[in-house]
Ligand binder design. Structure first.
Ligand SMILES: C[S@@+](CC[C@H](N)C(=O)[O-])C[C@H]1O[C@@H](n2cnc3c(N)ncnc32)[C@H](O)[C@@H]1O
Length: 207
């Protein structure tokens, strides 16, 4: 089996086992930092067309985007998350699947949100979903990634499954190689907590 497929199964199994715990601690907008809410809201205000919440977990961000008036849909590997999302937000469409192969026509999507959903990808496989997001996005489409930040690309013991922190420069390099221009980045460091970051990237004009 390909390493990326194995990793998808391992991540899916790990979140399935801890889905109830994850939902309790992180499964609602009340668990979200106000600056993240503002960041996503500002990004969303510039989107034309539909949005995919790639790795949506229990769907709180998908619903947030839908409440902002965007045609939003969420996708995730974990059936427990999708069942919860469908039950909590019955008006919002959710599908079970891997964002390494999105169910979207080329150039059809206005925005992709990947909020801490790329953290488990190994550095040599992260290009796969980035290329896939780029394929699905319109030429004026944008991607917003939330991730754990550090001075170098480094594996760490995330509570659910092994994860990677990335420097803004290293992840920007991956984005550029996958056909994006980096528009802006934000880093938030709080003592005693993991440093967190976000990057907004736009599809390169010529593609
Ligand atoms: C840290 S959680 C973040 C969930 C959600 N975005 C949030 O902010 O609460 C990471 C999520 O990414 C999902 N995920 C990881 N790899 C994925 C893949 N290849 N396709 C779809 N979902 C994936 C996991 O199942 C999990 O729900």
């Amino acid at each position: 089996m390909h390493r990326l497929d194995r990793m998808v199964i391992e991540v899916s199994d790990a979140y399935s086992r801890r889905a109830a715990e994850y939902i309790e601690h992180f499964g609602s907008m009340s668990a979200v930092h106000p600056s993240d809410r503002q960041l996503v809201s500002t990004w969303a205000s510039g989107i034309e067309g539909s949005v995919i919440d790639a790795g949506c977990g229990p769907g709180q961000w998908t619903n947030f985007l839908a409440e902002l008036g965007l045609p939003a849909r969420g996708t995730d590997l974990v059936s427990e998350f999708i069942e919860r999302a469908r039950g909590t937000y019955p008006e919002v469409p959710f599908t079970i699947g891997s964002f390494n192969t999105l169910d979207a026509v080329d150039g059809s999507v206005g925005g992709v949100l990947s909020w801490y959903s790329l953290i488990h990808h190994e550095p040599d496989t992260i290009r796969v979903p980035l290329l896939e997001f780029n394929r699905a996005l319109r030429s004026d489409g944008t991607l917003l990634i939330g991730f754990f930040e550090g001075p170098v690309v480094e594996k760490f013991a995330h509570a659910v499954a092994p994860a990677y922190r990335w420097s803004v420069d290293d992840l920007s390099g991956q984005l550029i190689a996958a056909g994006f221009d980096v528009v802006e980045s934000h880093v938030r460091k709080a003592s005693g907590q993991r440093s967190q970051a976000a990057i907004v990237a736009r599809c390169k004009d010529a593609r």
